[in-house]
Write a protein that binds this ligand. Structure first.
Ligand code: MN
Ligand code: MN
Length: 502
């Protein structure tokens, strides 16, 4: 037996050791030799299985029920504002209240704080001192989309358009010639505000970014995919009815402005400050004859945000304080006062610390951060056999194999990577194994094929132990993305297990 003491350094096996280890099974009968071989295979190889072969009938039922809840959440959370609003509604129903309404916090208390209505922190206070650290789940709730420019409205060729600016990493051509909806928030001249959501109800009109007909696309078809439609060509068609007064200049644009004023109380000037987003129309749908998958807009990263929200919302009493972090602006670098780099997320942690410890001391709080454990709950790329040449099949998450633990992110030579420490990753793996929660591992595609990052690095910079951990996705950042229902469920199980037992 090899010496397994901590910190032991182990060299190569000697010739004698190798001779013994690889001695052929000559002493046993052929049938037994086979079973010894199978035993070797079972004990030595690391295999990840499809969860349809792993889950019991009851677990499969729970997974499919959870998927229905998730689909309904998605339909109410097409923007970061809607995701935060819907999450707060769920938390309020479960007895959470705004942390600012509390003078002190006791074990079992449930609190949250909205981060400018576009991010959210929530916590359930544990029995341990805050100094012992927090168990945190952190996701983002913004998704790639098209925003309206500050001066978006114009008419041309007797049609009304809105100028857009893409947000996050998109293949622009994927967003043309598909029905789109408008979701947003605007402040009127009198200071009152209005929420807008048009294009998802079957009786609603939809909007569209036009594409060139194939008949005239001789030149367009020779362009690279990045240029086949350009940013300035992505103008949203929203109307074509003029006001009846012939003496008005821009009669078609004024026709739209009339509707805007009448229906929403907004003027062209109010649109300058508004946040209005162009997102795919339609609701989340089952995909496949056997309904194994969900097709929807915005799985990245609501497919991790939702199971994280449900995991924290379900806590009554835990040993350590558990926290939920839903952030904005991840798709553009996590900056700004609603992005994960914002001080405000940490201010909430400091407030939890101060209100449980009976006061704030900086060193104590910094130690609490060092003692904290976090899953950066963001999606990973599922293996797509149609694009096999871009992925390393031995190191890529597979659809239906469960939650993916991603040790590191980044691109090229792991540039910009957040890299979980081996000790921490091992702890998470052992925990999931102990509770028999299926997991897999993977990294983002082949070396030098691309890459990406998450919010993990910003938490890691503060001393928190962080691991990237989330749901595999196909078609990532396309108007419709695909996830596997059993991966979603395994992810929820993993998140709950982590915050309850880490
Ligand atoms: Mn993401
Ligand atoms: Mn993304």
């Amino acid at each position: 037996m090899t010496n397994m003491d901590n910190n032991s350094i182990i060299g190569a096996p000697s010739q004698d050791e190798l001779y013994q280890l690889f001695a052929p099974p000559t002493e046993v009968k052929p049938e037994e030799a086979l079973s010894v071989g199978k035993e070797l295979e079972k004990s030595l190889l690391n295999k990840y299985n499809n969860l349809f072969d792993v889950y019991s009938t009851a677990e499969l039922q729970s997974a499919f029920t959870f998927a229905e809840d998730y689909k309904s959440f998605l339909d109410h959370a097409k923007t970061e504002r809607e995701a935060v609003y819907t999450s707060i509604k769920l938390l309020n129903n479960l007895g959470f209240s705004d942390i600012r309404s509390k003078e002190q916090l006791l074990p079992g208390d449930k609190v949250y704080r909205s981060i400018h209505n576009k991010g959210l922190m929530a916590a359930v206070i544990g029995e341990d001192k805050a100094k012992a650290g927090f168990n945190i789940l952190g996701a983002h709730v913004d998704s790639p989309r098209f925003d309206l420019k500050p001066n978006p409205i114009y008419e041309e060729a007797e049609m009304v358009f809105l100028k857009t600016h893409y947000y996050g990493g998109v293949k622009k051509y994927q967003w043309t010639a598909v029905p789109l909806a408008l979701h947003g928030f605007a402040v009127r001249a009198d200071g009152t505000s209005v929420k807008i959501a048009i294009g998802d109800d079957e009786n609603d009109p939809v909007f569209m970014l036009t594409d060139l007909l194939i008949h005239l696309s001789k030149d367009q078809m020779t362009k690279t995919a990045a240029e086949v439609v350009t940013g300035e060509e992505l103008n949203l068609l929203i109307g074509g009815r003029p006001v009846p007064h012939k003496d008005v200049s821009e009669r078609f644009k004024v026709g739209f402005l009339m509707i805007l004023k009448e229906k929403y109380g907004l003027s062209e000037r109010d649109i300058v400050s508004a946040e209005i987003q162009v997102v795919p129309s339609d609701k989340a749908r089952d995909l496949g004859f056997d309904r194994s998958f969900i097709a929807a807009y915005g799985h990245d990263d609501r497919v991790c945000a939702y199971p994280a929200l449900r995991a924290v919302a379900a806590q009554e009493k835990s040993k350590r304080t558990v926290m939920l972090m839903l952030t904005d602006k991840e798709e553009v670098g996590s900056q700004g006062n609603t992005g994960a780099q914002s001080q405000e997320y940490e201010t909430f942690m400091a407030e939890v610390y101060a209100k449980t410890e009976g006061g704030y001391d900086e060193l104590g709080f910094l130690m609490a951060l060092e003692n904290s454990a976090m899953l950066s709950t963001d999606v990973v790329n599922g293996y797509d056999p149609n694009f096999a040449s871009t992925m390393d099949i031995r190191n890529n998450s597979m659809m239906g194999h469960g939650v993916c633990l991603q040790k590191y992110t980044g691109s090229r030579g792991k540039s910009g990577a957040s890299d979980a420490n081996a000790e921490f990753l091992a702890k998470v793996v052992h925990l999931l194994d102990e509770y028999k929660i299926p997991w897999q591992t993977g990294e983002l595609g082949k070396v030098d094929q691309g890459g990406g990052g998450t919010i993990s690095q910003y938490a890691a910079n503060r001393g928190i132990e962080v691991l990237d951990c989330g749901v595999p996705v196909l078609n990532m950042h396309a108007p419709q993305e695909i996830v596997h229902k059993l991966d979603l469920y395994a992810t929820h199980q993993a998140y709950r297990c982590f915050i309850e037992n880490m």
